[in-house]
Design a protein around this ligand. Structure first.
Ligand SMILES: [Zn+2]
Length: 393
């Protein structure tokens, strides 16, 4: 039994669908710890309180699974995941309001539980000092997401045979589904900085075939959600390319709205300038803006601030990949859903025909301002070596 002392609220969510999260700095109160032998004392800890649906797999279960598999060549993955130290659930009382709602609405009503998780404290993106550090963090997030999600079959289109079949089972098959500026964090360890994909509350396990209500497909933090998710008629499934699209929007908003990682630009007079209004807008508006970016001509050039100028090339190349992919997906009438276009059956919708795959994104973001960033996983190092050899030959 542990007792913790609450210190300070450092985060309170707003605009996140279907839940509210609070993060509080805590320290061990050492009520039951042997004198001078508290194993929590050296750690900087936070308590995260959230209200997930009772049917949702807990973040701790997902992370335990990831860490269990992050062995051998995959140990690097742990540097990019939250370190959960403790977690607990507090069910609501029987006579609570939600109990009454459940009686009224039956299966349509999702029962929620209060969940507390104690984690090692991470630093926000605003703690970074240089554009290159930011670039590395984004690249880390792509690598981490990929290693958590990827299955062998997704590599085969590029003939990447270094991943033998025995690798397939090793990947946990988890999709994050809520990539936002607030969920990309930084871990400092032995003087090095690592991008951490935090907050796996809305993640899904792809092996878990139990489908929840439709409302559960559409998750995320609005300004960063993939554009399709804003459509009323969108019924899933959530694909990893949706998470890649989210990373694109996190990057876009950061490098256009901030003059450095910790300085947001003053709000301009003209509200339509840049992306200020994305944080207060509805689905229709956001779909429109994002669709506009994706389908924009090759001359699309986001207003990247001077500090982040190195990101311009990344954004342009990522936009081109998405544009090509969606163009092929919807052919002439851009963004027509596949169901309406039966001739597209051979098209790999998961990666938009390879245009929005982990490989295509890694090939863009492993270099920043002509400098090679750190590629963490051996399989990606080999993949990039192969790419370079092919380019030379
Ligand atoms: Zn203690």
């Amino acid at each position: 039994m542990r007792t913790v002392r609450l210190k300070r609220v450092i985060f309170r969510s707003n605009g996140i669908l279907g839940r509210g999260t609070m993060v509080i700095i805590v320290e061990c109160a050492c009520r039951n710890c042997p004198p001078n032998q508290c194993d929590w004392k050296e750690k900087k800890l936070v308590l995260k309180m959230s209200f997930p649906s009772t049917t949702r797999v807990s973040e701790q279960t997902l992370m335990d699974r990831c860490k269990e598999l992050a062995q051998g060549e995959h140990t690097w993955v742990s540097n990019h995941l939250p370190n959960i130290i403790w977690s607990f659930n507090i069910p609501f009382r029987d006579s609570s309001p939600q109990d009454n709602f459940k009686k009224k609405f039956g299966d349509d009503y999702e029962m929620r539980v209060m969940r507390g998780v104690i984690l090692e404290e991470l630093q926000p993106l605003s703690s970074l000092k240089t554009a290159k550090e930011c670039a590395q963090v984004f690249y880390d997030i792509v690598q981490c997401e990929c290693s958590i999600y990827i299955k062998h079959s997704h590599f085969s289109s590029n003939g990447l045979s270094i991943l033998g079949h025995h690798w397939a089972w090793k990947y946990p098959g988890i999709l994050h589904r809520d990539i936002s500026q607030g969920n990309i964090m930084v871990r400092e360890k032995n003087g090095k900085k690592y991008g951490v994909l935090n907050d796996w509350d809305l993640a899904i396990w792809l092996d878990n075939k139990r489908d929840g209500p439709t409302s559960q497909f559409r998750t995320g933090t609005k300004p960063y959600m993939a554009h399709e998710l804003h459509l009323v008629e969108w019924k899933g499934p959530h694909r990893y390319r949706h998470d890649l699209e989210s990373i694109f929007y996190v990057m876009l908003l950061l490098v256009c709205l901030y003059s450095s990682p910790d300085k947001k630009l003053p709000r301009p007079e003209n509200i339509n300038y840049r992306y200020e209004e994305w944080h207060q807008s509805d689905d229709e508006f956001l779909y429109d803006k994002k669709h506009h970016i994706i389908t924009a001509a090759a001359t699309w050039k986001p207003p990247v601030t001077a500090f982040f100028s190195g990101f311009l090339l990344w954004l342009i190349e990522l936009q081109r990949s998405m544009r090509r992919g969606f163009y092929e997906l919807g052919d002439a009438a851009l963004l027509v859903p596949k169901a309406l276009n039966p001739e597209m059956h051979s098209f790999d919708e998961g990666t938009l025909g390879g245009h929005l795959s982990y490989e295509s994104v890694v090939s863009i973001v492993h270099i920043f301002e002509e400098e090679e960033l750190e590629t963490r996983g051996r399989e990606w190092q080999l993949h990039l070596e192969n790419l370079r050899q092919n380019q030379v030959g």
